[in-house]
Design a protein around this ligand. Structure first.
Ligand code: SF4
Ligand code: SF4
Length: 478
């Protein structure tokens, strides 16, 4: 079976490896690793990083591909704009994303953490590489930590943090483009910060947070803060793919007590683990995978590459640490847990599709204007009219311009009702909203039961109710 010892015994001291005996942080400086998995990961992460940086500068159907316009409360994804009043649809998207993550975790374990999480991607691909470039490989960096500070160390540290600052600022600006829009961001960057104080502050704070997180906090985020890391133990089962040490093959490791214990069945045979501890040296969270599956393992595959290199040198088969399942079965989608997640994902996806298909091109919000609920006036022919004033909030939910024609169907309601607006038809640019003042005249004779009458008006092919109010006393047309 491909398992290690109980997960509670995951370090020799029984403590989290990133903490010292007083609970203080032990800054982990992992060794560099090269191998088939790290090369594959670099390709995937480079693609994801470029995607993250490029997407806000791309357009899809006349709008930015992804734009989360919080001040105007509208969210655009690949040509579909969801407004604040469509929060249930946004909620559906989040449910699908959550269930998708559950499905992936149930089948492939923490593949998200190791391969795609921004925390891993930015640290692996950007910050740690810069650090190696400036301060040297892990041995030099570990020595730098204990050596007395010299002008060279001061210089390297200053240069490193300056480069971290530049990179953090670039990332913060790229992230801001998702919220303010790439074009608007460019405009603001060419303007004085004083004129854009809110965004300047947000980007500065974001730069600071990124600098703190990717430059210093690093693995502690995964170990201490990440909620997904906490509940992944509930999502994984014995058939999920995880990074595992093959204890049956590796133990008793070279030089271990087990090796010398006479009553152990394997005592006369040394396992394949040569106790080089390379797997521990390369681990970004500092754990020893030989002690079994642990919550701190982000499935980054570094120990797999490190051990494979060692096995190659020792002329032994690779895969002492490898992807596998705790049950020893091969990874499959066809399990009740993964199928349930997948089925729920599909159900919510279909619901979302139906909801999106049923969306009207223009959303209409109707509000009575704030002044007096009605007025009685005379029209051009000297007839007495009841006047109701409404504010119509029209939102063009597409990305093309729409001409919205407002009318009251005279065949249905007779010629007594006249709808007027300063602009009819109303020009609605794609993805924009507009407030239109609408006046509805009700010519005598009025028929206002309880002081009100419900009719309807039309905007293109959409029909909406309209409640006219008037004086109860005047119902009889005295
Ligand atoms: S145990 Fe291996 S896979 Fe897990 S975090 Fe450490 S190096 Fe990465
Ligand atoms: S890298 Fe492989 S051989 Fe070396 S200590 Fe780890 S498991 Fe054992």
């Amino acid at each position: 079976m491909v398992t290690g010892k109980d997960s509670e015994n995951y370090t020799e001291t029984g403590t989290v490896p990133s903490l010292d005996e007083h609970g203080g942080r032990v800054g982990i400086i992992p060794a560099e690793v090269d191998g088939i998995w790290s090369r594959r990961k670099t390709k995937v992460q480079t693609f994801l990083l470029l995607l993250l940086l490029i997407v806000p500068w791309t357009r899809f159907e006349n709008s930015q591909t992804i734009l989360m316009d919080i001040p105007n409360r509208k969210f655009t994804f690949f040509g579909v704009t969801l407004w604040a009043h469509e929060a249930p649809l946004v909620f559906l998207v989040l449910i699908i994303a959550g269930l998708g993550l559950f499905f992936v975790t149930a089948v492939w374990g923490r593949v998200w953490c190791g391969w795609a999480c921004p925390q891993t991607v930015f640290i692996d691909l950007v910050y740690r590489r810069l650090e190696i470039l400036i301060e040297g490989k892990f041995v030099a960096r570990r020595r730098m930590k204990i050596d007395p500070w010299t002008p060279t160390i001061y210089f390297k540290k200053t240069l490193k943090w300056f480069s971290f600052f530049i990179v953090s600022s670039l990332i913060a600006h790229s992230l801001a483009a998702y919220f303010v829009g790439a074009r608007e961001l460019l405009r603001m960057m060419g303007d004085s910060p004083v004129n854009n104080m809110t965004y300047f502050t947000i980007i500065t704070v974001t730069t600071g947070l990124l600098l703190f997180n990717f430059g210093w906090f690093r693995e502690q985020f995964c170990i201490i803060m990440c909620p997904y890391g906490r509940f992944q133990s509930a999502l994984l089962d014995a058939d999920s793919q995880v990074v595992l040490y093959d204890a049956a093959r590796g133990e008793p490791r070279r030089g271990s007590e087990l090796d010398a214990t006479p009553n152990k069945p394997t005592a006369n045979k040394t396992g394949d683990c040569v106790a080089c501890r390379r797997c521990v040296q390369v681990c970004p969270t500092g754990i020893d995978i030989r002690y079994g599956l642990q919550m701190e393992c982000i499935a980054c595959t570094a120990c797999m590459d490190a051990c494979d290199t060692m096995m190659e040198k020792m002329n032994r088969p690779k895969g002492l640490i490898r992807y596998g399942t705790q049950s020893g079965k091969s990874v499959t989608l066809l399990r009740p847990r993964s199928l349930i997640y997948l089925a729920l994902c599909i159900v919510f996806f279909v619901i979302l599709g139906i909801q999106l298909k049923g969306r009207k091109e223009v959303d209409i919000g109707l509000l009575r204007a704030l002044e007096a609920p009605y007025q009685i006036a005379q029209d051009e022919q000297g007839r007495k009219v009841l006047l109701n004033h409404f504010k119509l909030h029209l939102k063009n939910q597409t990305h093309h311009s729409i001409k919205a024609t407002l009318s009251i169907d005279s065949k249905k309601w007779g010629n007594q009702f006249v709808l007027t607006t300063p602009e009819n038809p109303v020009d609605l640019p794609g993805g924009e909203d507009k407030v239109v003042h609408v006046f509805v005249k009700y010519l005598e004779p009025w028929n206002l039961a309880q002081g009100q009458k419900t009719i309807s008006f039309q905007m293109n092919d959409i029909e909406r109710e309209l409640v006219l109010v008037g004086p109860i006393a005047e119902q009889k047309n005295e």
